[in-house]
Design a protein around this ligand. Structure first.
Ligand code: F6R
Length: 365
């Protein structure tokens, strides 16, 4: 049932605040601002490393997770798309653990990667939506994302719920490894607890602007997304979401890679979507944005109040989000990115919930 929404995708975008709050409730004690034992089902304390594998949007959630595990828990992460991971003959050791992320829990390549890691003697964790799935069954520890059925083929709420679970696990890993103190842990958990309310506010605040902007975006043939740090996987996710439902060609790049090739493409016919919260990467990303502006590129700037105030470059649009902590920014910045893809596809008149050539669950290689 779509409720008042035109598509399941729209409904699933708008139910994220409520659903993510429910998902977090499984891992976080809201009153005590501590993690529940569910977040500690893998003992991260003595691991030499973590291997993560998944496909598509789930892989991009894992890529955000890599930044968190490495920064907060000082835990080295090896991550790859499952179709490569399973065949790389990657040396793994039982001193590592492995995490597999899958909405359906049935993705063939992800399952094969899981079995490969299991043969190497690693403890296996699965972040899944479907708890009765094969991937869940074959794992030592299951971390449900509790997103409820996701009908739209393009993943939205599963992505942000995967991120919420990964953030909880990374905070737990940091505590277990002694890389954050109790005060820092409480503060990060406090940010997670505030997140659903911020998500609601953002969805309502940006919707009219993003819808109007989508009409303009639907006239272009190519779009580039740029970001640094955890905004880099978001740039990849933005491009994936736009191409799969609107069929507009889109690429995501680490902002620092711009001058190593893609800058050759910049002209007035290619909008560049820059994802840049006012964080420790902001100045670097803005200098890449300047390079785009100097070549006549059209910029769609997604930033926060501080970032908007600090930048005077002309843009096609500036989408201003509230200032949030780094540990929740990927979930917040995912929202305008999803809405932009959604509304652009609606203007293009595509089959938003059932894009051509795509299947919700990819059970063959
Ligand atoms: C993109 C999308 C796909 C899936 C991918 C993995 O919007 O939905 O990229 O994320 O096929 O599927 P699961 O998570 O079921 O393993």
């Amino acid at each position: 049932d779509k409720g008042n929404h035109r598509h399941f995708m729209e409904k699933e975008i708008y139910e994220q605040p409520e659903i993510i709050s429910h998902a977090l409730g499984n891992y976080v004690d809201f009153a005590a601002k501590t993690l529940k034992p569910q977040a500690d089902a893998i003992d991260f304390s003595k691991l030499s490393g973590l291997a993560i594998s998944a496909c598509g949007t789930a892989y991009l959630a894992g890529l955000v997770g890599k930044y968190w595990f490495e920064r907060y828990a000082r835990l080295p992460v090896e991550i790859d798309v499952a179709s490569e991971f399973r065949y790389r003959e990657l040396p793994l050791s039982p001193t590592q653990a492995a995490l597999f992320i899958s909405q359906s829990g049935e993705t063939a390549d992800t399952l094969a990667s899981l079995r490969y890691a299991k043969e190497q003697g690693l403890k296996i964790g699965a972040i899944v939506n479907v708890q009765e799935s094969t991937i869940a069954r074959e794992s030592d520890a299951v971390f449900p994302i509790l997103a409820g059925p996701e009908i739209g083929v393009a993943s939205t709420k599963a992505f942000t719920c995967q991120l919420a679970v990964l953030a909880s696990l990374a905070i737990g890993a940091a505590r277990a490894r002694g890389t954050i103190d109790a005060a820092a842990e409480k503060e990060m958990i406090g940010h997670l607890i505030e997140m659903p309310r911020i998500m609601s506010r953002v969805l309502n605040a940006v919707q009219p602007q993003v819808e109007a902007l989508s009409r303009d975006l639907s006239r272009f043939k190519d779009v580039l997304y740029l970001g640094r740090g955890t905004s880099y996987p978001l740039a990849l996710e933005g491009a994936l979401k736009l191409k799969e439902i609107s069929y507009i060609h889109a690429e995501g790049y680490a902002a620092g890679e711009l001058k190593h090739g893609p800058i050759a493409l910049i002209d007035e016919n290619m909008p560049v979507i820059v994802i840049a919260p006012y964080d420790r990467f902001f100045d670097k990303t803005v200098s890449n944005m300047q390079e785009v502006a100097a070549r006549g590129g059209k910029i769609i700037f997604i930033t926060d109040e501080k970032g908007a105030a600090a930048t005077k470059l002309p843009t096609m649009a500036t989408i201003v989000l509230p200032e949030v902590d780094e540990v929740i920014s990927p979930m917040i910045y995912a929202l305008p990115i999803q809405l932009l893809a959604y509304h652009t596809a609606v203007f293009m008149g595509t089959d938003v919930d059932q894009p051509r050539n795509l299947a919700k669950s990819v059970t063959v290689e």
